[in-house]
Every structure is written in C-alpha cells, then in structure tokens.
Design a binder for this molecule. Structure first.
Ligand code: IMP
Length: 437
C-alpha cells in the first residue's frame, strides 16, 4: 500500500504534523528545525504573523513569523498553505530580512494562491475591538488575524490569487472598504480607509510576490505521491484553536492537527504521525482561564529563567505548573503519537515541582474538561508534588545523565498523558536535545 506512507512497516514517516499541545510558545521552532533536516517540504497551514518561531543556530537567532522555519535549511521547500492568512507587507519584510542574513527564499518559498490577505482595515478592526472591550478583552496580537478569518468565513475575503485580477480585486476591495469604513467611522469618527490607496499598495506587494505564488495543494499532493517527506508545522497551540480551545480566548484558526488537512489540502489518510510539543511547565499569553497559573513570586522567577516574553509582541507570558489534564485532552484531540518536552532546564532550581493531575469543581473531581464555560475559571487544580533535581541540566546530552528526579518527573508526565516522550530539550540550541527512552 503505497499511499499510506508505510510508517507502520517500520519505514521513515513521510507526512508528519507537529502541533503545540498547550497554549502556544511550547518551543516548536526548535523542534521543527531539528525535524526539518530529514524532510523535503515544511508547510505552514494556519494562523498568520501572530505566530513567532524562534530558532537559534550557532550564535545566530532567527525569529520567523510566517515563513516555515525549514527555510533555514538549504534545499528545503517551504510552503505557506491556504489556511494561513497573509499580511503581504509583513511577509515581504521577512523575506528581505532573511535575504540580508544570507538566506534566499526565491526558489524555495511557495505561497498558496488561495491564502487570504490581511488588509489595513483588518488590523484597525482588531485594535478597535480590543480597545472598546473592557470586559472580555482577548488580548490579541492586533495583527488583524481574527477580522481576516471572519471575512473569509463571511465570504467577503480577498485571496492572494485575487490580487492578480485588477478589476475583480478592485471591485471587492471597494465593497469591503465601504463596509469597514462604516464601522471605523462610527466608532472612532475617523476618515476611514481609501480603497484606491490600498489598491495601489497591494498591487505592488502582489508584483513582488508573484514568483512565489502557486497551487500549493497540487504541489504537496504530488510531493507525497512522489515519496517526499513533508512536515506540517502548527502555529499557536491546541488550546488556542477556534473550535477546541478555551473559547472565546482563542485565535481564529484551526491550530490542532486536523487543521493541517484543511489548511494545506492534504487528506487525513496521508498523515503518518502527529507529534505534540509540550513545555515542562505551562504558559499562555493574553487573557483567558489558566488553572495552574503561578503566584506572582514564582511567576517572576520562571518568566525570567525561561525568557517567557512573546516573540511577536514582546508581551510577558503568564506561567504555571504542568497541567496533565489539558495535555491529555490535547493528545486525544490531535491524535498525538509522541511528545517532545521542552525547557526542562527552566525548572532546574526549584526545590519542589507540581503537576496538575485533576481539577475540583462544585464538589466533584474531574480528569477531563467539561463544556461548562465557567469551569476552567473556577476549578481548583489537584496537584502531585515532586522533589526538584536542583542541578543544571542544560549541558546534558543523554537520557542516562538526567538527574533521577527529572526522570521521575518526566516519567510521571508520560504516564499521565499516556504518550511516549520522543525528545527532551534542555536549552535553546540544537545540540541541547536528548533522545528520551
Ligand atoms: P490573535 O491570534 O492575534 O487573534 O490572538 C488571539 C489569542 O491568541 C491571544 O490570546 C494571543 O495572545 C494568542 N496568540 C496568538 N498567536 C500566538 C502565538 O503564536 N503564541 C501564543 N499565543 C498566541
């Protein structure tokens, strides 16, 4: 059976989906960078430049927002699928920044002609919604992500391919600007947007991007048929997924593994393996429930040690204990086969480490998350406490050298989430990674 990539027959996996199993920022950038070495294609399938993947190679640090991190490896084809929303200015800036660092995207970056485009009015509406809301503010990145996806679903969006038909593009843009201006003018009494200015600006972007735009669905399906290895890199994390996340405190795309199929145009039967990335503790950015959040003292220590500041907005991340209930849920939702545990070294100095193993709510104990919208806000985590290892793990390169307490902690996580641990990361660089047995 050639189609189903023969992973079960002991061969290398050809189609891998990698997802964040918490609220994003799990350290996916580094894991993608390691896996990319064996892949031919690396694909982004959802989100936009709200994401930020940090990769450290030698003494160089790269922060990528839209372009898959595979671009840092010679010869890899990088694809931005149609499930992604593209701010063309941000994308061009990223291409140019990479060029200035000696990385040429021209032959290796492919952009779907069906990806939706972010316009200035999307960003303005994103900002307006956030500033008008006193209660219920989401804490978005203000990159226009939500309003762009809203237009896509409302069937008024403009896609990359539309930019190359000036008449069609101009007519749709005019309609959209008229509609958005009525909102913008009403709420902030401003002049609103001028469609001819946007048209001119975006036609220039379209010209720049022309050579990158193609039918990426065809490209990827052909690649898989020809035995190429494809890595689908998720952005954000499971609990930011618009369907499964902690709604409404979520992003607007499908950041779970299923999103790879809809956002890249590849059927579920083609996927061989799903890898989840989890941080050894938990973080989230922006508003929303967070049952295991640290008290301010510990928050400060872990935030500083873990460098927990957003790669996109610079905002301080909220930090908390590892929540096995959430991650177990994530394993089910994504069909995760193996996990990579990152940033174990950040916990090196703690005397005691806790793992959330259940929640208490209204007198009952839960090991899954019910649909009650108030549940996560009001539940009380049930913790197990483990002794810390109180040793520097950042130089450890093999499982055997990990402190016994760290192994005990990781084994307990493995048991609670019911999934094999594939790799453990003890620092930012590629070599600070060890195979876990
Ligand atoms: P939006 O995606 O800008 O609409 O933001 C919605 C929510 O998702 C906010 O809480 C953001 O902080 C969060 N978010 C969006 N992108 C990321 C990411 O890459 N990492 C972590 N949180 C994110």
């Amino acid at each position: 059976m050639e189609g189903k990539n023969q992973a079960g027959a002991g061969q290398e996996c050809r189609a891998i989906v990698l997802v964040g199993a918490q609220w994003g920022d799990e350290g996916k950038g580094k894991v993608i960078d390691i896996l990319a070495e064996k892949m031919d294609y690396v694909v982004r399938y959802q989100g936009g430049n709200n994401a930020g993947h940090t990769v450290v190679i030698g003494d160089r640090k790269y922060v990528l927002h839209l372009i898959p991190s595979g671009i840092l490896h010679d010869g890899k084809i990088c694809v931005i699928g149609h499930g992604v929303v593209i701010d063309p200015k941000a994308l061009i800036d990223e291409i140019e920044l990479l060029r200035s660092q000696g990385i040429d995207c021209s032959e290796r970056l492919k952009i779907s002609d069906k990806a939706h485009v972010i316009f200035p009015y999307h960003k303005r509406i994103d900002e307006l919604r956030e500033s008008r809301r006193v209660k219920g503010r989401i804490g978005t990145t203000k990159k226009g992500i939500g309003p762009c996806y809203a237009d896509k679903v409302a069937r008024v969006g403009i896609r990359i391919g539309d930019l190359y038909d000036k008449e069609y593009f101009s007519a749709r843009l005019e309609d959209n600007v008229e509609e958005k201006n009525s909102m913008v003018k009403n709420f902030e009494r401003s002049e609103g947007f001028c469609s001819s200015e946007i048209l001119e600006e975006y036609l220039n972007y379209a010209e720049y991007l022309k050579g990158f735009v193609t039918d990426t669905t065809l490209l990827l399906n052909d690649a898989l048929k020809n035995g190429k290895a494809v890595l689908f890199e998720g952005a954000q994390g499971t609990f930011l997924d618009v369907d499964y996340g902690t709604y409404p405190y979520v992003t607007s795309s499908s950041s779970t593994a299923g999103g790879a199929c809809t956002g890249a145009g590849v059927g579920p039967s083609r996927i061989d393996r799903v890898i989840g990335v989890v941080k050894a503790y938990t973080t989230r950015v922006g508003e929303g429930p967070f049952p295991t959040e640290f008290d301010p003292g510990l928050m400060e220590i872990i935030r500083k040690k873990g460098g927990e500041f957003g790669a996109t907005t610079g905002r301080a991340r909220r930090c908390g204990w590892f929540d096995s209930v959430l991650v177990k849920n994530s394993v089910d939702i994504n069909g995760i086969d193996q996990v990579v545990v990152t940033k174990i070294d950040v916990l090196d100095e703690l005397e005691k480490i806790k793992i959330c193993v259940a929640y208490r709510y209204n007198g009952k104990t839960y090991t899954s998350i019910p649909g009650d919208p108030r549940f996560l806000d009001n539940c009380v985590p049930v913790y197990e406490e483990y002794p810390g290892w109180m040793r520097d793990t950042s130089g450890i390169t093999s499982h055997e050298d990990l402190p016994a307490e760290a192994v005990r902690y990781l084994n307990r996580i493995r048991e609670l989430i019911g999934t094999e641990i594939m790799l453990v990361s003890v620092g930012k660089s590629r070599k600070q990674t060890l195979i876990y047995k």
